[in-house]
Design a protein around this ligand. Sequence first.
Ligand SMILES: Cc1ncc(C[n+]2csc(CCOP(=O)(O)OP(=O)(O)O)c2C)c(N)n1
Ligand SMILES: [Mg+2]
Length: 339
Amino acid sequence: MLPKLPRENLLELCRRMFVIRHFEESLVALHDKGVFGGHYHLYVGQEATGVPALACLRADDYLFTTHRNHGHLLARGAEPKRLLAEILGRVDGLNKGKGGSFHSVAPSLGFLHSSGVVAGIIPLSTGTAYAAKAQKNGRITVCLFGDGSLEEGAAPEAFNLASLLKLPVLFLCENNGKYGSGRAVAAAQSSSMAAYPLTDLPKAYKIPAQQIDGIDAGLVHGTISEAVEKIRRGDGPQFVEAQTVRYPGSATNWPTVPAPTDTALAWDVSSVPDNAREWYHSADPLLVYIRELVQANQATRDAIAAIERLVKSDIAAAVEFAVNSPYPKPEEAEKGYFA
Ligand SMILES: Cc1ncc(C[n+]2csc(CCOP(=O)(O)OP(=O)(O)O)c2C)c(N)n1
Ligand SMILES: [Mg+2]
């Protein structure tokens, strides 16, 4: 379903989902051409979680994210050209090219850390939540992490403190499953988590927790709005597990694009290779959202295609900017460290 928002906001969410999608698809092309090296992770397939969820926040809230951070930064409004320059290790990057894909941060947008250490941000997020509570500044902290984080000891330790101290923190777990799994996590048990469903873990620490369909932008927006409201009124931490189906382009260690995104795919996936067609047909959150906008008469197909064209040209300009940005000078390597 669609979020309960005015049309203008619904279209802005659509635009942001397109920004993430075309940014990521361009990134794969740049990597394939050898423009940058190293590992990176795509947010494709999770756009209907991050985009509506972050739209529920205040500009001064704190955020923490993981190795899969590109989509979160873009959803919050980071400039694509600066994020891309960062991933390419260039001087105009968000962090002067020193963070790269794993560690891109944007303190001006509230993002204090992107950690490549699975679960490393969960205790850090309780830290800013503790500070905000002590300072009574009304800010909440949102900690965005994957399902794998719950296997780490840092998660329950932080849940315990957050619950005891009633800290203003939202734990948003993005369960992107395994490639080929169904939308809902239907299995009765997990091979890696004894506390299963995953919400059993926060619930053991008396943190209200719910599982939702992360492909449903309206459900995400409604659930996160409510959770944020509860946190702001002093109810303490909340936990939401948003379930998505892993993008077939993220099925292996090196990302691929099985079919370049185009508005027309929302109605006709016949051009998509057989092994990825089902995902584009039923689990691609962007295509689901586009169909919902049209069905609810919030936009025509042409209007959506026009938004997409603008985004594509913005992303092409971002690529031009980033590849022409210089690498940092060697002496820059000695600046900006704490230890
Ligand atoms: C503490 C730690 N252990 C292991 C790894 C290696 N590692 C990198 S990503 C990853 C899986 C993370 O899964 P999940 O949290 O579900 O995130 P996803 O990649 O599915 O979004 C692992 C185990 C790591 N980076 N940090
Ligand atoms: Mg995962």
